[in-house]
Design a binder for this molecule. Structure first.
Ligand code: ADP
Length: 273
């Protein structure tokens, strides 16, 4: 099958001194594959997202999405981040509608379809994530988990072929985080799209992904590609199974090796006297 995302020997330097944030990155992601990227802070996970969405150009190598080289910001991408970044003066519904107001071809028909077709589409998404009754509330009237649900709806409203999530659940408590794993799992199962999820949470990566890429410390390289062969649909029970726990351990070991090799594991502090 032709890959949907392809990195070929990609390197990116933010500076002129030749020091790379990521280097030698070669990978392929299939259409509708759910990929998670894990690795130590600063290894270049967000940099990979910027390259994929066209916000940055590689210093070396080639990035292809949907069969073409990425030459500028892509419209077929939806993004959500750790901070939900909802606009405080807009209701939940109007926040979710925002991409249709700015992205073509929706933009030109926005005024005509805003209160009809587009609102219906936004309401259907809000319903899927359990927020339909909160559509008229403002962000400050929502909990952190509800805001993040709305932000994922906003990322999906223009039906992107590629969804990129940068630590979307990192700021949430453990229960809410697991609830949102299931929300994301269901959205993806209902209407598949390609996903790249950047996360520090190895359980999250294993629960959601088809494939986990492990990155090395700076300059980020792909150290391992781990297929997650747990049957789908997966529910939270699977996180207690031996197979799941072993996968998480394997990944943890890999990352532990990387951190030690780069001296980023600190010795515990001396107890205060
Ligand atoms: P991660 O997402 O894995 O934490 P990033 O992709 O954000 O890592 O960053 C990778 C490296 O590139 C880091 O050393 C970071 O300081 C550097 N970097 C990221 N963005 C910029 C930028 N806009 N200008 C200069 N350096 C940057």
């Amino acid at each position: 099958m032709k890959p949907f995302v392809r990195f070929e020997d990609v390197a990116l330097s933010y500076r002129d001194d030749g020091e790379f944030a990521i280097e030698d990155v070669t990978l392929s992601i299939a259409p509708n594959e759910f990929v998670a990227v894990v690795g130590p802070s600063g290894c270049g996970k967000s940099t990979m997202m910027k390259l994929c969405s066209g916000l940055r150009k590689p210093t070396r190598g080639r990035v292809e999405v949907a069969g073409g080289a990425v030459a500028g910001p892509l419209k077929i991408v939806g993004m959500a981040f750790q901070n939900p970044t909802l606009l405080p003066w807009r209701t939940t519904l109007d926040n979710v509608l925002l991409p249709l107001e700015v992205v073509e071809p929706y933009r030109r028909t926005f005024a005509a379809k805003k209160r009809g077709e587009y609102s219906d589409r936004a309401m259907a998404l809000l319903k899927t994530v359990g927020l339909a009754e909160h559509a008229d509330k403002f962000p400050w009237q929502l909990s952190g988990g509800m805001q993040q649900r709305a932000s994922i709806c906003r990322a999906l409203i223009h039906e992107p072929q590629l969804l990129m999530l940068d630590e979307p659940f990192a700021a949430l408590d453990a229960f809410t985080r697991e609830e949102l794993w299931c929300v994301l799992r269901d959205l993806w199962a209902a209407k598949p799209f390609t996903v790249i999820l950047v996360t520090h949470d190895l359980r999250e990566a294993v629960f959601l992904a088809d494939t986990v890429f492990v990155m090395s410390a700076r300059p980020g390289r792909i150290l391992a590609r781990k297929p997650i062969e747990l049957a789908r649909p997966r529910d939270l029970e699977v996180t207690y199974s031996d197979g799941f726990i072993k996968l998480v351990h394997d990944l943890r070991e890999r990352i532990g090796t990387v951190r030690k090799a780069h001296g980023s594991v600190r010795k515990p502090a001396e107890p205060a006297r």
